[in-house]
Design a protein around this ligand. Sequence first.
Ligand SMILES: C[S@@+](CC[C@H](N)C(=O)[O-])C[C@H]1O[C@@H](n2cnc3c(N)ncnc32)[C@H](O)[C@@H]1O
Length: 197
Amino acid sequence: MRVTTHFALWLAGLAQAETQTTAAERACLAKHAAGRRRLVEVGVWHGVTTRVLRAVMDPTATLWAVDPYPVGRLKVSVQQLIAHREVASVRNGHVQWVRTTGADAAREHRVQGFPAPDFIFIDGDHSYEGLQADWTGWSPLVAPGGIIALHDSHSTPQRPLETAGSARYTNEVVMQEKNYERVETSDSLTVMRRRVS
Ligand SMILES: C[S@@+](CC[C@H](N)C(=O)[O-])C[C@H]1O[C@@H](n2cnc3c(N)ncnc32)[C@H](O)[C@@H]1O
């Protein structure tokens, strides 16, 4: 469906915001994000998973919602318009919109000396280099015991990803990280926890 057609249908209440995550993946994200206080989502699109994270995080929490939202022919990002309204429909904590790439947002987070995130969901640029930039930017910033969840990180029967850059990077680099351990997988989602010592 064309972006403008979907937008018109969404405005009329005849189409839903879109996500490529499965119900099981969203339930897994919700479980690990519950009660967290400093959350980051890299790759927001229509805000479906952002809504999930916002609903379960601590009421005092901040969620940094990171997406460059490139503009289309209409000189606006329709995806951003949808996301802002979808995420505003959940009243909990604070959402900080960050319109840039995951790697630039990580650099800014470090430069500003913001507190260490305790939950990060990476679902942005799924190329090998894209995940590499997000992982190397964010993984050193996570608090001990904190979580990084990676979407499209391995194949499922419904979603073959053997040649996808994000799956190769997860297998070749993320799974070999000494500072992190895998705590769960759900469909194409891999959940890593930063070791405490
Ligand atoms: C798969 S969608 C995210 C879907 C969302 N997490 C959900 O399931 O509800 C990917 C998003 O990542 C964004 N994106 C692309 N490259 C990015 C990057 N380098 N850093 C952050 N976001 C990026 C795109 O603009 C797009 O909105």
